[in-house]
Design a protein around this ligand. Structure first.
Ligand SMILES: *[C@@H]1O[C@H](CO)[C@@H](O)[C@H](O)[C@H]1NC(C)=O
Ligand SMILES: *[C@@H]1O[C@H](CO)[C@@H](O)[C@H](O)[C@H]1NC(C)=O
Ligand SMILES: *[C@@H]1O[C@H](CO)[C@@H](O)[C@H](O)[C@H]1NC(C)=O
Ligand SMILES: *[C@@H]1O[C@H](CO)[C@@H](O)[C@H](O)[C@H]1NC(C)=O
Ligand SMILES: *[C@@H]1O[C@H](CO)[C@@H](O)[C@H](O)[C@H]1NC(C)=O
Ligand SMILES: *[C@@H]1O[C@H](CO)[C@@H](O)[C@H](O)[C@H]1NC(C)=O
Ligand SMILES: *[C@@H]1O[C@H](CO)[C@@H](O)[C@H](O)[C@H]1NC(C)=O
Ligand SMILES: *[C@@H]1O[C@H](CO)[C@@H](O)[C@H](O)[C@H]1NC(C)=O
Ligand SMILES: *[C@@H]1O[C@H](CO)[C@@H](O)[C@H](O)[C@H]1NC(C)=O
Ligand SMILES: *[C@@H]1O[C@H](CO)[C@@H](O)[C@H](O)[C@H]1NC(C)=O
Length: 686
């Protein structure tokens, strides 16, 4: 009840127009990427909406016409969790029903021909496990081979890729009745095989089924290394029927180059099922090393690996084969946006790919249409979902954009974001994104929200997010900036690598330089009324700023789930990360940890600071936020602490997110003079 009262009160205080509100952003449709039909005429996507009155979300499915962009409702809804276009006709689908009337906790598979006038799905398999990440192909005998993943409760709980068969055809399939765990039998010395590799989510991109249905490729962490200490992972291939144990494609003792020791990713079969493309990093414990492309020629379970365009200074995140298997269509990030690039599958080491989509939107997924164009699912700071078509070398044709459809996003436009570059002391060009509030008027002056991204090896650009949606922050009455300081990827690998053993060094001086640039050059920004905020590394940096001169430039700070005590770094689930970033261990190289320790500089802390730290955060443990708060209280610095007992490193629950946003926005608006008073104590302290 208290919560709702506060929502109204804050809403009333906001005088200026808002194109987007917290409640609207959280309730607005969240759409999946498009799933393209075999002949490319239409794509299916799901849409999940939230209702603040019932506090429930509902999912619908839609067809998108890939020629006109028209959408029509599909004849199924929330029960369907995944769809694969496969079956007897080009309109046939196999779908995953996330319920099972007979087996509690199980799921079911249905086939249906969407070309017929009536919707008459047939139940073809009742599965006893909560399989997800469904992939399926039609086989020569007329049946369907499929794979999916689930927790395998055989010994210790580990995820595994399972295969199954639907026999028959001509609209009548029968389930083979057995799921095979394709990871069984792999020998290991230290780390038990697991696929998909478990991180913040379970990624179906970790495995792929060959188009002829005979082989499955999957990724698992290095079996000979401790998994918290190393990022190394390898690709394996295995017969779909599980008749032989999986064989390692890359890593020690294979045909892959010896320099390739790190994390592998996105194994992808060619259409003729004879080649497997994938990415792998060199660094054995460096998660932000550059992914290089490889192609393996596969004959039976023998694979011969060769590098592709290995000198390309970009870090691919996914790929697909061109229809003739000659080229790889590769996704890779450029200037904080994922773009699409063409790379011949036999490209020489010095081949320089060019992006054929731009960094003006962020690509989430794509498919190649029969006419040779790309069908792209993308997003931007002004639209949560954009579908477009683009031929290489031509302009894109937008089919669908959420900001023109969703009432919650009405008023969001591409002109509410821009970017600028400044050169730092190393001669590197640093990009900063700027987000403007609704009805922005450059003759007026706005307080500044100076946002510092997390990672630190990640970016925060012109992208959609339901956490840290910077266009939403702007509509609280601020001009918002997000600087891609030294260490950010997508500018060059050397630029990313420079943050090693340098956390409070160049990234800090970059931020100082950008702040001074804003103060000296941008009339519409009132740098005397500025706040800084960040999560994770962005919170670490906020704490660093609090103890240094830049801290005195801000009226208030906001710090979400970040570190204050560098020497306490080993309380994390990613040892490889802290060891690589601090260039050593805390027992041998303690000075590296102490050099950039925010706590050592906290006696100078004096800027009001809001701290959020969640109890289930094992990336950066809650004690970091709690001690930041206790020290600020001891120093007499105005400070507040908010924690969610049921959230980890990210706030995902919508009701929690509402409180997170309202509390922070109230705090920053108060300290720059936009609101007259802070919300009551009882509401702030959950
Ligand atoms: C939201 O839920 C309430 C209560 O169940 C219902 O009355 C209302 O119609 C729903 N709104 C929409 C847009 O579905
Ligand atoms: C889109 O659909 C609407 C109604 O569903 C129809 O009137 C219109 O002609 C369609 N547009 C195109 C380009 O097909
Ligand atoms: C999903 O499965 C349930 C039974 O578990 C069934 O009642 C429902 O009709 C199915 N829905 C679809 C769209 O297949
Ligand atoms: C499907 O039907 C066609 C035509 O009736 C027949 O030739 C074919 O053998 C059938 N295939 C299967 C797998 O039943
Ligand atoms: C696993 O190790 C056992 C014992 O050394 C050996 O017999 C077996 O062949 C190995 N399996 C594989 C798939 O390498
Ligand atoms: C973990 O990594 C650190 C740093 O690379 C190394 O010093 C240590 O020996 C590793 N431990 C194990 C068990 O591999
Ligand atoms: C863009 O945002 C989406 C959704 O939050 C995220 O999955 C993706 O990694 C982001 N990409 C970039 C380049 O920021
Ligand atoms: C590729 O990226 C560059 C650099 O941002 C951009 O200028 C160019 O327009 C992009 N190319 C295409 C075809 O969009
Ligand atoms: C703390 O403040 C003092 C006095 O203003 C200053 O001399 C010192 O350099 C500051 N320390 C840091 C770490 O900024
Ligand atoms: C990391 O440590 C090694 C060994 O002490 C040293 O040679 C190297 O310069 C260090 N790298 C950085 C970036 O500090």
């Amino acid at each position: 009840m208290a919560l709702k009262t506060v929502v109204v009160a804050v809403g009333l205080l906001l005088g200026s127009a808002q194109a987007i509100t917290v409640e609207g952003m959280l309730a607005a449709p969240r759409r999946s990427t498009g799933i393209l039909s075999p002949n490319g005429d239409r794509a299916l996507f799901s849409e999940t909406k939230f209702n603040w009155t019932s506090e429930k979300s509902t999912t619908s499915w839609y067809f998108l016409n890939t020629a006109t962009g028209n959408t029509t409702k599909a004849p199924f809804g929330s029960a369907v969790s995944e769809v694969v276009w496969v079956g007897d006709t080009e309109d046939s689908i196999l779908y995953l029903n996330s319920t099972n009337a007979e087996i509690p906790g199980g799921v079911t598979l249905y086939t249906v021909d969407l070309g017929s006038d009536s919707f008459e799905p047939k139940l073809v398999a009742s599965l006893h496990a909560p399989i997800s990440g469904l992939k399926a192909v039609k086989t020569k005998p007329g049946g369907i081979n499929f794979v999916g993943n689930a927790l395998a409760y055989i010994t210790a709980e580990r995820y595994a890729v399972f295969s199954g068969v639907l026999n028959g055809g001509n609209g009548s399939y029968t389930y083979g009745g057995e799921l095979k765990n394709l990871l069984l039998g792999i020998n290991y010395t230290v780390t038990r095989p697991e696929s998909p590799v478990q991180g913040s989510s379970s990624d179906p991109g970790d495995y792929d089924l060959s188009p002829d249905g005979k082989l499955v490729a999957f990724r698992s962490k290095a079996p000979e290394l401790p998994k918290a200490n190393y990022t190394a992972s390898y690709i394996y291939i295995v017969p779909h029927d599980g008749s032989e144990t999986a064989v390692q494609v890359n890593g020690p003792g294979t045909t892959a180059p010896e320099t390739a020791k790190g994390a592998s990713g996105y194994p992808t079969w060619s259409h003729d099922s004879t080649k497997l493309a994938f990415g792998q990093q060199d660094g054995v414990y460096y998660e932000s090393d550059r992914f290089k492309l490889y192609v393996a020629d596969v004959d039976g379970l023998n694979a011969k690996v060769r590098p592709v365009a290995e000198e390309w200074d970009s870090s691919p995140s996914g790929l697909q084969w061109s229809p003739d298997d000659a080229d790889l269509w590769v996704t890779s990030e450029l200037h904080a946006a994922t773009c699409l690039w063409l790379v011949p599958a036999d490209a020489a080491a010095d081949f320089k790919p060019v992006n054929f989509t731009g960094p003006d939107t962020v690509l989430s997924d794509f498919n190649i249409l029969p006419d040779g164009s790309a069908f792209v699912s993308a997003a931007s700071s002004w639209s949560s979902r954009i579908f477009y078509n683009q031929y290489p070398g031509q302009d894109k044709k937008i089919l669908f954009t959420a900001n023109e459809i969703d009432p919650e996003l009405e008023g969001l436009k591409p002109d509410s974001v821009s970017n600028f570059w400044v050169t730092n002391d190393d001669g590197d060009n640093i990009q900063t994104f700027v987000f403007y509030p609704t009805d922005f008027d450059p003759s007026k002056k706005y307080p500044l929200a100076f946002i510092i991204h997390g990672g630190p090896q990640s970016t925060q650009g012109d992208n959609w997010s339901v956490r840290w949606n910077l266009r939403l922050w702007a509509d609280q009455g601020f001009v918002v900036t997000a600087t891609q300081f030294t260490g950010s990827p997508s500018y060059s690998q050397a630029f990313t690598d420079k943050i090693q053993a340098n956390w409070g060094g160049t990234p800090y001086t970059d931020l100082v330089k950008v702040f001074e640039h804003l103060r000296e050059n941008i009339d519409y920004i009132d740098t005397d009324r500025a706040i800084a905020a960040g999560a994770s590394f962005g919170c670490y940096m906020t704490n660093w700023i609090q103890g240094h001169d830049l801290g005195r430039e801000f009226k208030a700070l906001v710090c979400h789930d970040g570190k204050i005590n560098q020497v306490g770094s080993y309380a994390t689930d990613e040892l490889w990360f802290i060891q690589r970033d601090n260039n050593g261990t805390v027992w041998n190289d303690r000075a590296n940890y102490e050099q950039w320790d925010p706590l050592a500089h906290f006696k100078n802390a004096s800027t009001p600071q809001f701290i959020i730290h969640n109890d289930l955060d094992y990336r950066v443990v809650q004690a970091e936020g709690l001690q930041t708060f206790n020290i600020l209280q001891s120093l007499g610095v105005p400070s507040r602490f908010l924690h969610f007992p049921d959230e980890g490193h990210w706030v995902t629950n919508r009701q929690n997110s509402l409180l997170w946003h309202k509390s922070i926005f109230n705090w920053i608006r108060y300290w720059v003079g936009l609101d007259e008073e802070l919300m009551t104590e009882g509401v702030i302290t959950q």
